[in-house]
Design a protein around this ligand. Structure first.
Ligand code: ACO
Length: 428
């Protein structure tokens, strides 16, 4: 079977054979299809990249129809059950699971990079008390890069690795310090005896005790949530990371851009929107009316439902739902869970949602856990961003090492006015 596509241009009657590789044709192969010598050549029009592969990647595999998610070939369910977040971050960044020694070194390195330069505190202090944690996070990531001017040497492998270690380590300190600044509490410094999620909880919640001891169930739950959020192939924020990184800017600036993309309510901001929605619904009896409003298309969406890629139950949502009940054993039940479960039940039986293949996504249950862990709602997207930095950085490295990649620069179909002459003010 020839691996080619034959295209006949009915404008000219000419026929072209275009190679098919990995189920894909190269958009640039269409450029030869012209109606005249000075014609630019055929382009594809694909707003929102609905059917365009922007890269080749060996990091994360998703089968949206079957509800499969794998990091470097390992099913997400196995990683969530058996691995730690830092082990998964190593896997994403390096391609293979670490040996015992490699993991010990990686954990030790990350642990020993969690402290921020003291000057950084002044920067955090200067935000207004009610500044949104994601605004703080985005700005903090860009600001962090100013402490490491060598980070611009992105082609040097050692320098690159150093920034990866710093970013993965310092995001928990940045997130926690910004929280303490918001609530007017003194900063709690990292404790090297604790695990990555345990240390984060320590910096968030340590009060006057000499040593903070995280509850092991909550520490584990947070670690699992970190694993589930670590990467998700070419989503909006990862695409931002790659696009901005393709200009060869330092990784802190690219992470800030990716975090900005994550902030949007259609992406990482959805977990916050889900809690707002559940609060607004307020009771089980109000669910049918709410569903009716969603279906009428009056601008209300069922937040935490639907996904560009998953046309089946998001495997992460399944795992998170289970973690939610583990957490509630310790914290007491979040009363909103009953509304969420009933909402899911009704939606999954409804023709509107069935027809459109709308299922719960990662954000549907995660906010309920974050709330039970006492994180303020505005911080939910930060909790998504913390582990996602490992995915962003893995994708960034892959992009830099890929000889096919260049600065990201899409084309456009120009729809504006044809050339015309400037009109003087008194003649308009
Ligand atoms: N509630 C109600 N209807 C929905 C929803 C929803 N949550 N999501 C999609 N639909 C409907 C659309 O209105 C559309 O209906 P139509 O064909 O009658 O016009 C149809 O389903 C297809 O949806 P699209 O918007 O075309 O799908 P797209 O792939 O562009 O959007 C998205 C995906 C943005 C995730 C969308 O489902 C959504 O807005 N969901 C709610 C927000 C959310 O939960 N975001 C988190 C995503 S996961 C993440 O980023 C981590």
């Amino acid at each position: 079977m020839p691996e080619t596509l034959t295209i006949t241009d009915n404008r000219t009657g000419k026929t072209y054979d275009v190679p098919i590789k990995e189920g894909t044709i190269k958009a640039l192969d269409l450029r030869q299809i012209k109606i005249a010598e000075d014609d630019f050549g055929l382009m594809t029009y694909d707003p929102a990249f609905m059917n365009t592969a922007s890269c080749r990647s060996s990091i994360t595999y998703i089968d949206g129809d079957k509800g499969i998610l794998e990091y470097r070939g390992y099913p997400i369910e196995q990683l969530a059950e058996k691995a730690t977040y830092l082990e998964v971050a190593y896997l994403l960044l390096n391609g293979e699971l670490p040996s015992k020694e490699q993991l010990a070194n990686w954990v030790d390195t990350v642990t020993h990079h969690t402290i921020l330069n003291e000057n950084f505190r002044h920067l955090i202090d200067s935000f207004r008390y009610n500044a949104h944690p994601m605004g703080r996070f985005i700005s903090s990531m860009a600001a962090l890069g100013t402490f490491y001017p060598e980070a611009k040497n992105i082609s040097d492998a050692t320098t690159r690795q150093k920034q990866i270690e710093r970013i993965v380590a310092k995001v928990i300190t940045i997130a926690a310090f910004n929280y303490r600044s918001m609530v007017g509490m003194p900063y709690a410094y990292p404790d090297n005896d604790l695990s990555y999620p345990g240390n984060f909880l320590n910096m968030m919640y340590k009060m006057t005790e000499v040593k903070y001891t995280p509850n092991p169930v909550l520490e584990h739950a947070l670690d699992v949530l970190f694993i589930l959020h670590a990467d998700h192939e070419q989503n909006c924020s990862t695409n931002a990371m790659r696009a901005v990184g393709s200009s060869e800017v330092d990784p802190y600036s690219a992470v800030a851009a990716a975090a900005a993309a994550l902030f949007g309510p259609l992406h990482g901001g959805a977990n916050e929107a889900v809690i707002k929605m559940l609060n607004e619904i307020g009771s089980m009896s109000a669910i049918p009316d709410f569903i009716k409003r969603v279906k009428s298309g009056e601008g209300t969406k069922l937040m935490g439902f639907g996904h560009r890629v998953y046309k089946n139950y998001d495997p992460r949502a399944k795992l998170i739902k289970k973690v939610a009940y583990d957490v509630f054993e310790v914290t007491g039940k979040n009363p909103l869970i009953d509304i969420a479960v009933e909402l899911e039940r009704i939606a999954l039986e409804d023709e509107y949602f069935i027809k459109r293949k709308l299922y719960p996504n990662v954000d549907f249950y995660s906010g309920l856990i974050y709330q039970a862990l006492r994180f303020p709602m505005e911080m939910f997207t930060v909790l998504f961003a913390i582990p996602r930095v490992s995915g962003w950085l893995a994708q960034w490295q892959e992009m830099l090492d890929d000889p096919d990649q260049k600065i990201a620069r899409p084309r456009q179909i120009f729809t504006g006015a044809a050339r015309r002459d400037y009109v003087a003010m008194d003649q308009r």
